[in-house]
Structure formats: C-alpha cells, structure tokens
Design a protein around this ligand. Structure first.
Ligand code: NAP
Length: 275
C-alpha cells in the first residue's frame, strides 16, 4: 500500500533517511514530504531528491501517514505545540530527538501512536545502529515502516522497554566519540614510538574493524579473544598491565555512566519544558 512519509526538520539525519529510502526503492520521491525552517534547505533537498518540501510543518504533518520528528532537542517543544492540532489520528509519529520520551511526545502532541529511537553517528554513512521502542500495541504495518525508515541507516534493534533507548543514547549514541577518542590515543601511541602517520592510521583502523568483525562472529566472551593473544611475559601482557594501572576499564565504565546520567538529566529537563 502506498503511504506518505513526512519529515519535520530536514537536516543531516533526515537527509540520510531520504537518500537511503529512495536509493533502495522503498519509497518514490512523491511519497516523501519534508518541512524545514529555512526554505533554502528545502530547495536543496527538492533539487537533489525530487521530494516535496515546504517551510510549513503543519502542511507536512497533516498529509503524512508516518511523521519523523528530526529537529534538535532544543527546538522540540515549539515544534510539538505548533503541530499538535495537525497530526492525523491515524498517523504514526517517530521521533529521533535525543532524550524525548514517548510520554513527553504523547503528551505534547495529545497523540498515542508514537515511537522513539536513537540512531548514532555512523548512520550518516549508513553503517550505523539504531535502537528503537514503540508501545506494545503498535501495528505490524507501523513496525514494518519504522524498520524500513531506520534500516536504511544501518542495523536496527527494537527494544520492549523504552529505558533501553536512554541506555543506547549513552552506549550507541556516545559510542562513536569514545571509540574515536580511543583511536586518537592509539595514533598518539604509534607516533610516540616513531610509527609513520599513514601506517599508523591504516593499521589502527584495520585493527579496530577486524577485531570488531571477529567479535561479531564469535559466540564466546570478549575476554576469550584477549586471552588468546596474551602470552605470559609477552608484549600484549605488558600493554594490558599498563592499561590496568591507568584504570582503563574503570574509566570507560565511568564515562558511559556519565553519558547515561546526562541523558536522564536532559530527558527530565525536556519533560519540565513541556509540562
Ligand atoms: N546527527 C547525529 O549523528 C544524530 C545521532 C543521533 C540522534 N540525532 C538526533 O537527530 C535529531 C536531528 O539531528 P541532525 O543532526 O539531523 O540535526 P540538524 O542537521 O541540525 O537538523 C535539524 C533540522 O531541523 C531544522 N529546524 C530547526 N528548527 C525547525 C523548526 N522549528 N521547524 C522545522 N525545521 C526546523 C533545521 O533547520 P535550520 O538549519 O534552518 O535551523 C535543520 O535543518 C536531533 O534531535 C539529534 O538529537 C542525531
């Protein structure tokens, strides 16, 4: 069945989804509507993808079967109050806005059919991961549509309990920065021992990707891989000892927890703004 998808806020993430859906032939350009505050941005997307664009959020919302809220968190309150009377009762609203709970969205829109997700940075190159949640009574059609929209950005995991979306905001959302910080530190280490920049970059990234693929293919615990490459008195053993002295694992755990606590704080602030 033909359906219409509307984006409210058409920045980086919305464009990734639009490009992916069209490229994979899941939707035709005339099935996609997008509103953006700046008309010049709408024109860019119209020219690039042949979709319909406007600066009127209500126009998009009232004509869509699925509405993706893809504005920044600080803009959300204004957008919700602007569109609340225009959301068709049969429409599904899918928010990609970090921190906005389904309760906040539902209340702000006076609308029950809402879903929420957390994509991550590699979604921009369609190699990301998105964790999403929706009420248990979400229809199969809606589930299919959500998975089509998010699936063009990479992997997709549905969770029953929305609290996992907040946890994914810390792990999945913050993860790329933590991993990039790790890569930066490895490159600094390589430079310290005199490795050339080009060899270091290539080997560090290949090591990261290769290790990740091995871990993905293995059913065993991550510790088993570490054990496999650690011989008594060897180089890895020395390196791991230094990481231990520097509280490497503890610091990473603390940093993920800090991101999680901040996610909860931002969610609570959003709730205060909207109540
Ligand atoms: N980028 C990521 O990697 C990532 C990852 C996970 C989650 N997210 C979430 O995804 C959401 C969108 O992120 P993004 O990176 O795509 O942001 P973005 O590039 O800044 O896109 C937001 C768009 O919304 C438009 N906009 C602002 N106010 C508006 C309004 N009142 N009505 C209609 N459009 C409006 C902006 O237009 P102007 O340019 O004219 O202001 C901009 O084009 C955020 O809530 C973020 O938390 C992003």
């Amino acid at each position: 069945m033909s359906w219409t998808l509307g984006f409210v806020g058409c920045g980086v993430m919305a464009e990734v989804m639009i490009a992916g859906l069209l490229e994979e032939g899941l939707l035709a350009p005339n099935q996609i509507l997008a509103s953006n505050r700046r008309e010049s941005r709408g024109a860019e997307l119209r020219d690039a993808y042949g979709i319909r664009t406007t600066t009127d959020n209500r126009e998009v919302v009232s004509a869509s079967d699925v509405i993706v809220l893809s504005v920044k968190p600080q803009t959300l309150a204004g957008v919700l109050s602007e569109i609340t009377d225009s959301v068709p009762s049969s429409a599904l609203v899918l928010s990609i806005v970090a921190g906005a709970s389904m309760r906040v969205l539902s209340q702000g829109l006076d609308h029950k059919r809402v879903a929420r997700c957390m994509p991550n940075l590699p979604c921009r190159i369609r190699e990301g991961m998105t964790v999403w949640a929706a009420p248990a009574d979400t229809t199969d059609t809606d589930v299919d549509r959500i998975e089509q929209i998010l699936g063009v950005m990479g992997g997709v995991i549905r969770v029953d309990d929305e609290s996992h979306v907040d946890k994914a905001t810390a792990v999945n959302g913050t993860g790329p920065a933590i991993v990039a910080q790790f890569v930066k530190a490895m490159l600094e280490g390589a430079a310290y021992i005199g490795e050339s920049r080009s060899v270091a970059k290539e080997t560090v990234l290949a090591t990261l990707v290769g290790t990740a693929k091995m871990l993905q293919q293995s059913d065993g615990h991550v510790a088993e891989l570490i054990d496999e490459v650690t011989s008594p008195g060897g180089t890895t053993s020395r390196a791991l000892q230094v990481l231990k002295q520097g509280r490497f694992s503890a610091v990473l755990t603390e940093s993920v927890d800090a991101a999680y606590q901040r996610t909860l704080e931002l969610g609570a602030q959003l709730e205060d703004t909207l109540s």
